[in-house]
Design a protein around this ligand. Sequence first.
Ligand SMILES: *[C@@H]1O[C@H](CO)[C@@H](O)[C@H](O)[C@H]1NC(C)=O
Ligand SMILES: *[C@@H]1O[C@H](CO)[C@@H](O)[C@H](O)[C@H]1NC(C)=O
Ligand SMILES: *[C@@H]1O[C@H](CO)[C@@H](O)[C@H](O)[C@H]1NC(C)=O
Ligand SMILES: *[C@@H]1O[C@H](CO)[C@@H](O)[C@H](O)[C@H]1NC(C)=O
Ligand SMILES: *[C@@H]1O[C@H](CO)[C@@H](O)[C@H](O)[C@H]1NC(C)=O
Length: 345
Amino acid sequence: MPSLIASLCLIQGLFLIAVSAQLTTQLTATCNANTNCTIVNCQIVCTCNQGFIQNAQNQCVPDNLCISQPCKNGGTCNRSTIDPVKYRASLLSLTKDQLVEEAICINLLITTQCQNQSKSMNDCYDWLHIGKAKKSGIYEITPPGTKPFKVFCDMETDGGGWTVFQRRINANISFYDKLWKDYKIGFNNGLENNLWLGNDNIHVLTTKDANVELRIDLWGDRVQGSSHPNGYWWEKRTDFFIDDEAQFYTLHLSSSFTGNATALPGYGINTMGSQFSTIDAEHSVNPCWSSKQIGGWWLGTCSHVALNGNYMGFLADSSMHGFYWDTGSFVINPIQSRMMLRSIL
Ligand SMILES: *[C@@H]1O[C@H](CO)[C@@H](O)[C@H](O)[C@H]1NC(C)=O
Ligand SMILES: *[C@@H]1O[C@H](CO)[C@@H](O)[C@H](O)[C@H]1NC(C)=O
Ligand SMILES: *[C@@H]1O[C@H](CO)[C@@H](O)[C@H](O)[C@H]1NC(C)=O
Ligand SMILES: *[C@@H]1O[C@H](CO)[C@@H](O)[C@H](O)[C@H]1NC(C)=O
Ligand SMILES: *[C@@H]1O[C@H](CO)[C@@H](O)[C@H](O)[C@H]1NC(C)=O
């Protein structure tokens, strides 16, 4: 358009009003965000508004975000550059250019060049990478469409950023006889202790991102005479999600895995595509939950594992009964277990 403006500006006198009108139209089209454009010597000249500077892409970006958009609630602001590899565009709805101009408020409200978004942490991955939280412990998260709730974040295992959704540490609270509504909302005796985060929450946390990995850790074997009473096993799988309640929280999970908890393919967690069953809501092919006390699990024709099964005392022999895990070469009755999830981004 400069040629048009230039040629219009050659015309003098009577046409000046028409030219001005034309330039005013040009101004509207030319001015980018945060600029102040005026006509100087028949040319459109744009300057960045106060508090903004021109970057390499000729955009006016905030000169100092911490001054132009102060943090809410008295928070203090640090300029920061987030690692583009770890950056989650869906979360912040920013473009890559804005990325380097992002400022993080210490009270975890984020400020950007155009608006202050209230920055909520969607999961433990956010707390690790955006909240810069380093210690495992209890954090509040607000995944999309939910009210804030507290979770235990594991920030140490395998790179951290894991949201823990199941833990057994002892027999303090019973899992196998909890009802559908209990599993729906979750139960615990402290988020650092025995815990089920709740199927509705697990559904949200496993469906908000395209791919979520599942990690399972098992400690100890209560079987008397076990050759590995203090054994430790782990497993990771991808493509983990559970459907919503209308689909009875059907389990989806990759059949491939890493780790040493499953010795033979098809063992370990093997009930992909199965619905969740509880003692009062049976969706399995066989009613295993009553005879084997393994309720609160995705049961097909029973299951090779039941990490919410009845926590019995030390067992005379290994059995697929109660709280167990069949590796494919032997059955463990674990002393402790933990299940956690993390988005793959
Ligand atoms: C825009 O720039 C002109 C010329 O420099 C200046 O007179 C005017 O005050 C500026 N307007 C704003 C809103 O900054
Ligand atoms: C951004 O924060 C400032 C300072 O607290 C406040 O005055 C302004 O209304 C906020 N803007 C939005 C869009 O929330
Ligand atoms: C803010 O930035 C300063 C300077 O880089 C740094 O020393 C300080 O630790 C940062 N504060 C936080 C909470 O990240
Ligand atoms: C069970 O948990 C409750 C509440 O957290 C605690 O007060 C109690 O001491 C625990 N009992 C055992 C045997 O661990
Ligand atoms: C499983 O792997 C972990 C980590 O590599 C290791 O510490 C553990 O001893 C292994 N367990 C068994 C039973 O080999």
